[in-house]
Ligand binder design. Sequence first.
Ligand SMILES: [Zn+2]
Length: 268
Amino acid sequence: MMFLWRSLVCLLLAVCFVGGGNTAQAQYSNGIPVLLYHHVSDDKTELPELTVTTAEFERQMALLHGAGFSTISPSQLNAYMEEKTVSLPAKPILITFDDGYDDNYFNAFPVLKRFGFSSVIFMVGVNIDREKRLSSQQIREMSDAGIFFGSHSETHRNMTTLSAGELRHEVKTIKRKLEAITQRDTELFSYPYGYYNISAWEAVELAGYKGSVTVLPGLNKPDRDNQFLLRRIPIYNDTDFNALFLLLDQNQPKTKLLQYSPVLKKIG
Ligand SMILES: [Zn+2]
């Protein structure tokens, strides 16, 4: 009887453990989403398609926050993609920005702070301290406040057209600059225009990055997706974020997310 009772307790514990594990895992069983923004501004004179108003950005962040999404760091994403042991929140997400516009500091940063969200901002080396782009001082302040910075190359050229020497320059110079400003490791790289090939990928990996992001749509999952070809979901001015949000919240399979954005617009 005692033996039976013990067996039953063991069985129950096993069921609870496995069941609980599955429930937690199921939250992102189809992979982790990475969103891509450019401008967050009420001024739509520059790249209107890639500009989300501040109010709309705030609404989108509020939806994610209200549904229990938590932003994770590049290190957490990299560890997950490498199938290492890593502690992740139930609903992990990455919010990224390409090109490093100063509206990311003035408009997006206060909203992110309000919701306790982090993000990754991909900078172009030659644009640091330029007009309408983030300054070294702004980068330092945001980095100290928990925003991560990644490389978006040194000069924002199409990497598929560059020589091996040019590729080395594009990936290394910006990494050195960002690490000098933030005093933190720059782990992620974003291919300009989303253009990549094997040489670009190799240059990025050899420079010591742990991963790189593209504009291939969908979610990221180890055993299926490549850490140096990470998928992102671009958010345009006319994105139906409510429809996307439902897919994200239910962590729908990649196929559904692919249906969501069939037409890929030109990315800066
Ligand atoms: Zn760009």
